[in-house]
Design a protein around this ligand. Sequence first.
Ligand SMILES: Nc1ncnc2c1ncn2[C@@H]1O[C@H](COP(=O)(O)OP(=O)(O)O)[C@@H](O)[C@H]1O
Ligand SMILES: [Mg+2]
Length: 231
Amino acid sequence: METRLQAEDIQKTFILYLQGGKKLNVLKRVYLTLGAGECVALTGPSGIGKSTFLRVLYANYKPDSGRVLVFHRGQWINTVEADPYHILDVRRYTIGYVSQFLRVIPRVPALDIVAEPLQRLGLSPDESRLQAQDLLRRLNIPESLWEVSPTTFSGGEQQRINLARSLIYPYSILLLDEPTASLDEKNRAVVIQLIREAVARGTAIVGVFHDREVRETLATREFDVSTEGTE
Ligand SMILES: Nc1ncnc2c1ncn2[C@@H]1O[C@H](COP(=O)(O)OP(=O)(O)O)[C@@H](O)[C@H]1O
Ligand SMILES: [Mg+2]
């Protein structure tokens, strides 16, 4: 199994300025090696640091120590030390991230938001939109909404737009933070199927799957972010 990502000795402490500088030691020496075709489910109670760990892997948060090595365009890059240009490049070509909330530019139609990753990579606007349509259809987003900005969509619809935007492009690594949390049973099944297809293609996934059934269906192994590693 080819390694896609390696997190080493990750420590992250938050300083709570509003509480007199109190320190919150969330991640303590976390080590994770992630291979192609693996789907690692982060486990542990709410507030333990699962979302924080995903944000460190996506280089949203800088850890206090450690390295995040990502196999990006044929080379290893440590995103903890990389400059913003390289981090954007990693996000463009290598790592997709589905956060719990959709953040989109107002007024851009759903279809264009989903097609954007393909267009950015050089596919024609028509071809990008055709592929986006296929995905939106699979995800049961009604055609009447395709030209509407998702800012007014329901939680479940927004979540599916978020997923579509990350599943449309074959990222080698996907980070998923509770991707099925706001979905009904039918759409949850569609999303599980899409994620399984990604894993079968060799995508390496780290996810938080709130629903035990989803976790048991998708995860190739579980990982507790609160255990300290000693590699
Ligand atoms: N930006 C931040 N500033 C301060 N504290 C934070 C920040 N992000 C997360 N935390 C705290 O870190 C802990 C872990 O949060 P989180 O990673 O969201 O947990 P989980 O996803 O496992 O529920 C929580 O106590 C949370 O309040
Ligand atoms: Mg969380």
